[in-house]
Ligand binder design. Structure first.
Ligand code: HEC
Length: 159
């Protein structure tokens, strides 16, 4: 009997369950979005250039907020406020590139600047809790998404 148990031991060892498989890695988001159906080709490259900066700034801003690095968060928010923005057209003159953009585009742009100003003020005020910083980051993200929704996925309402 003793002998038998020695013989059985390796059998049990083999039957032990294999280590659990690692959970599948979630798919990375697609870098390219839908084509902005409501923007004329002439101004697309102007907008696309600005967006390259936004993508970079927003992901760094997210980390600054997560790490409660208020100094860097304020710096990035100030950059978003101060960087050159597309100005509202002075006339309806078609030769003016910006006149091809609907007015709602500029409204969203203003909202984004305003929300970045608020985030910077919160970051610079030590009396403001980290949660206020996170909430304001959420507000900024909402504005990015709203503008994308309007220009990339919805039928145009104004103009
Ligand atoms: C005023 C409107 C508006 C706001 C606000 C806005 N976007 Fe965009 N975004 C656009 C449009 C329009 C496009 C499509 C540009 C194109 O391809 O012609 C775009 C495209 C992009 C792209 C894709 C570029 C690519 O390679 O396809 C990224 C990334 C992006 N935006 C990031 C952001 C982030 C981050 C914010 C917020 C900080 C933001 N955007 C705010 C209008 C906006």
């Amino acid at each position: 009997m003793r002998r038998l148990s020695w013989l059985l031991l390796p059998l049990f060892a083999c039957a032990s369950p294999p280590p659990p498989a690692p959970p599948p890695t979630p798919a990375a988001p697609k870098a390219n979005m839908a084509e902005p159906a409501h923007l004329p080709e002439t101004v697309r490259h102007l907008v696309a250039q600005k967006m390259e900066n936004h993508a970079f700034e927003m992901s760094n801003l997210m980390w600054a907020v997560l790490f409660l690095d208020r100094e860097v968060a304020a710096e990035i928010a100030d950059t978003i406020v101060e960087e050159p923005h597309l100005s509202r057209p002075l006339s309806k003159d078609a030769s003016e590139l910006n006149s091809h953009l609907p007015s709602s585009y500029f409204d969203y742009q203003d909202q984004l600047i305003d929300s970045a100003k608020k985030l910077s003020a919160i970051a610079k005020d030590p009396a403001q809790p980290g949660e206020a910083l996170a909430n304001q980051f959420g507000v900024m993200t909402q504005i990015c998404v709203r503008c994308h929704q309007t220009y990339l996925y919805e039928p145009m309402k104004d103009e």
